[in-house]
Write a protein that binds this ligand. Structure first.
Ligand code: C2E
Ligand code: MG
Ligand code: MG
Ligand code: MG
Length: 284
C-alpha cells in the first residue's frame, strides 16, 4: 500500500540522496585544486579516414586521477565544473596541454597532426577564447590548422553577444571549428548557415543504431545530407563495429572515431599508432 511505499521510499531514498550530495560536494572540493595538483591528463582518440583507416586527427579527452575519488570520467565531473565555473581554468589547462603535445609531435616529425579540443560553453562567456588561442599558437609556434575546437549546441543556445565574433576570429586564424554531438541537442538548423564552422560530429547516439535501427539510419542519412549540401565536414562518433563502418562509408561519411579503431590513447600510444597504419592494426 501507499504508506508502505512511502516508508520504503524514505529508507531507500534518503541515504542514497545524502550520499550523492556528499559525492557532489567532494567532487567539487577536489576539482577546485585539481589543476594545481596536476591531477589531469589527456588521452588522444584517433579520427580516421573510414576508407582505409589513416589517422587524420586526434581528439583530446580529459582524464582525472584523484587520490580520494580514483579515476573519474569526464561525464562525471565536467558538468560540476561548468556549474562552479572551474571549467574555465580546467579548459585553459586542456587547451595549453593539447597545443604543447601537438607541437611536440610535429617537432618529432610525426606528420599530421591536428588535435581537437572540447570547449565548454562557459569558455565562450566573459573569456577571450580567441585571444587565448592566438597566444598559444604563437607560444608553441603552431599554425591555426593544427587545432580544432569542438563545441556543443549549448554554446549557441547561450548566445553570448561575443560568440559570433569569437568564431570569426578563430576561423580567421585557421582554427577548425566543429559542432560536437550533432543531433543530440536543440539542432536549430538556422545557425548552421550563420556560423563560420567547418564540420559536424554525428552523435554516437545515432551511430549506435546503424545499420539495423530504422530511425537511427534515417537520422544518419539526414545529417550526412545536411553536411554534404552545406559543404561541411562530418565525423561519425562511436564507431564500434565493421558493420557500422561499412554503412557510414556507403552514406558518404568520410571520417569516423570509435572503439573499432582505438579508444583514447596515451601520447606515446598515439604516436605509435601514427607509425602503424590502422588498416593493418584494426581494419581487416
Ligand atoms: P565527446 O566529446 O562526445 O567525446 C566522445 C566520448 O565518447 C568520449 O568519452 C570517448 O571516450 C567516447 N567514445 C569514443 N569512441 C567510442 C565508442 O566507439 N563507443 C562508445 N560507447 N564511446 C566512445 P569521454 O572521454 O568519457 O568524454 C565524455 C565527454 O566529456 C566528451 O564527449 C566531452 O563532451 C566531455 N569532455 C571530455 N574531455 C573534455 C575536455 O577536455 N573539456 C570539456 N569541456 N569537455 C570534455
Ligand atoms: Mg568531443
Ligand atoms: Mg561527441
Ligand atoms: Mg558526448
Amino acid at each position: 500500500d501507499s504508506k508502505h511505499r512511502a516508508r520504503n521510499g524514505w529508507q531507500m531514498f534518503t541515504p542514497e540522496l545524502a550520499r550523492r550530495q556528499q559525492d557532489r560536494m567532494q567532487i567539487e572540493t577536489q576539482l577546485r585544486r585539481a589543476v594545481d595538483n596536476e591531477e589531469f591528463r589527456l588521452v588522444y582518440q584517433p579520427q580516421v579516414d573510414l576508407r582505409h583507416g589513416r589517422v587524420v586527427a586526434a581528439e583530446a579527452l580529459i582524464r582525472w586521477q584523484n587520490h580520494q575519488l580514483g579515476e573519474l570520467r569526464p561525464d562525471l565531473f565536467i558538468s560540476h565544473a561548468e556549474t562552479t565555473g572551474d571549467i574555465v581554468r580546467i579548459g585553459s589547462w586542456v587547451l595549453r596541454e593539447a597545443c604543447r603535445q601537438v607541437a611536440e609531435w610535429r617537432d618529432q616529425g610525426l606528420g599530421i597532426v591536428r588535435v581537437a579540443v572540447n570547449v565548454s560553453y562557459r569558455q565562450f562567456v566573459g573569456e577571450d577564447l580567441a585571444e587565448k588561442v592566438r597566444s598559444l599558437l604563437i607560444e608553441f609556434d603552431l599554425p591555426g590548422s593544427a587545432l580544432e575546437l569542438e563545441f556543443t549546441e549549448r554554446v549557441l543556445i547561450e548566445d553570448a553577444p561575443a560568440t559570433l565574433r569569437t568564431f570569426a576570429d578563430l576561423r580567421a586564424m585557421g582554427v577548425v571549428l566543429t559542432i560536437d554531438d550533432f543531433g543530440e541537442g536543440y539542432s536549430a538548423l538556422n545557425y548552421l548557415r550563420r556560423l563560420p564552422i567547418h564540420g559536424l560530429k554525428l552523435s554516437q547516439l545515432f551511430t549506435e543504431g546503424v545499420p539495423n535501427n530504422r530511425s537511427d539510419v534515417a537520422v544518419c542519412q539526414a545529417v550526412s545530407a545536411i553536411a554534404r549540401s552545406l559543404g561541411l565536414g562530418l565525423v561519425a562518433e562511436g564507431v564500434e563495429s565493421e558493420a557500422q563502418r561499412q554503412f557510414l562509408l556507403q552514406l558518404g561519411v568520410p571520417v569516423g572515431q570509435g572503439f573499432l579503431f582505438a579508444p583514447g590513447l596515451s601520447p606515446d600510444e598515439f604516436a605509435r599508432r601514427l607509425d602503424t597504419p590502422l588498416e593493418r592494426a584494426s581494419i581487416a
